[in-house]
Design a protein around this ligand. Structure first.
Ligand code: HEM
Length: 331
């Protein structure tokens, strides 16, 4: 009888091990784990979720802003919360770097989450993990996929304005440069196409695409690849005067909803940024754009997998880095 129980115990143990190891491959990467804070901060997911939800109720665009904040954290010297650091006398950080200044949003949401977490589990959860979780919540609340977020990153102790200027892709640089910026971080060509799908939510200021509307590459004419009715609607949103530079245009026409419409826009020559439209103009990326246009589930699954890869770029774990008490400054 005892040995029967032992056998049952062994089978249960083996099934448990198999179940854990067959969890999608992207759930556990390197030293990170979705269960990292389960013991030390059991309320983490709830605190992040409720704060993002409250912010989203007031302003649905916050979802896009949080997703972008996470991207800008990771693409510059890795996901170590550097984008959240305020400038100091000794350090010109990333917040005020050219691509970020008067553009990045959502810092106050991350600060509010951190303040709540410091009450329930002080000194436990890194700011970069908060950002990563907030980005997942943001995508999910906008109607996009849900995925298990590997956790356990530490915060870095420095940020660099120079790195941000050099490493964040520009909407007017050639696709080859953008691809190189991704691959230099261990990401792949596919991740460029998939993660650009983040532009299914949110807005861009007119100055980021205006040359397409009036004087494309010095031609004195609009970008010939732009769909003509899309062009005229953009011209009315962004009249040819400096005063319109900070007006906002939606990145795709279903801007509050995380869907695959972004890719359909590219196929219809209605991508907003030059860097978006370039994805359909290049043989290396066009077939994937077409696949995502017709298959939203494929996009959702690939997006979740690429987000996990993005969240693994240049991370600090174990004894490296620290858990900041406040996200805007090092301890
Ligand atoms: C591939 C290269 C990329 C380029 C050139 C690029 C460029 C831009 C630009 C110029 C804006 C508008 C900024 C402004 O108006 O101030 C923007 C917004 C945005 N980007 Fe990207 N981006 C890229 C990749 C990504 C990725 C990988 C993600 C996320 C996974 C992302 C998420 C977003 C979101 C959600 C917004 C809207 C933010 C808001 O409304 O607050 N972008 N991007």
């Amino acid at each position: 009888m005892a040995s029967k129980h032992f056998l049952l115990f062994q089978i249960t143990l083996i099934s448990l091990i198999l179940a854990v190891s067959s969890f999608p491959a992207y759930s556990q990467i390197g030293q990170l784990s979705p269960y990292y804070y389960d013991g030390s901060c059991p309320r983490l997911q709830w605190i992040v979720g409720s704060n993002v939800w409250a912010a989203f109720q007031k302003d649905t665009r916050i979802a896009a802003s949080l997703l972008r904040l996470h991207f800008h954290d990771c693409i510059v010297d890795g996901c170590e919360g550097s984008v959240l650091l305020d400038d100091t006398i000794d350090m010109k950080g990333e917040k005020n770097a050219l691509p970020n200044r008067n553009s990045l949003r959502g810092f106050e949401v991350i600060d509010a989450i951190k303040a709540d977490l410091e009450k329930f589990c002080p000194g436990t959860v890194s700011c970069t993990d908060i950002l990563t979780l907030a980005a997942r919540e943001a995508v999910y609340m906008s109607g996009g996929p849900y995925w298990a977020v590997p956790l356990g990153r530490k915060d870095g102790i420095t940020a660099s304005d120079k790195s941000a200027n050099e490493q964040i892709p520009s909407p007017i640089e050639p696709l080859d440069n953008i691809i190189a910026k991704f691959t230099s971080k261990g990401l792949e060509l596919k991740d460029v196409v998939v993660l650009s799908g983040g532009h299914t939510i949110g807005f861009a200021q007119c100055f980021t695409f205006k040359r397409r509307l009036f004087d494309f590459k010095g031609s004195g004419k609009p970008d010939p690849t732009l769909d003509t009715s899309f062009l005229s609607s953009l011209q009315s949103m962004c009249p040819n005067r400096d005063a319109s530079n900070t007006n906002l245009a939606p990145l795709d026409s279903t801007t509050d909803k995380f869907d695959n419409y972004y890719y359909a826009s590219l196929v219809n020559n209605s991508g907003l940024l030059e860097s978006d439209q370039a994805l359909i103009g290049d043989v290396r990326t066009a077939s994937l754009v077409n696949s995502y246009t017709i298959n939203p589930m494929l996009f959702y699954n690939d997006f979740a997998a690429s987000m996990v890869k993005l969240g693994n770029v240049g991370i600090l774990t174990g004894q490296s880095g620290q858990i900041r008490k406040q996200c805007g400054s090092v301890n």
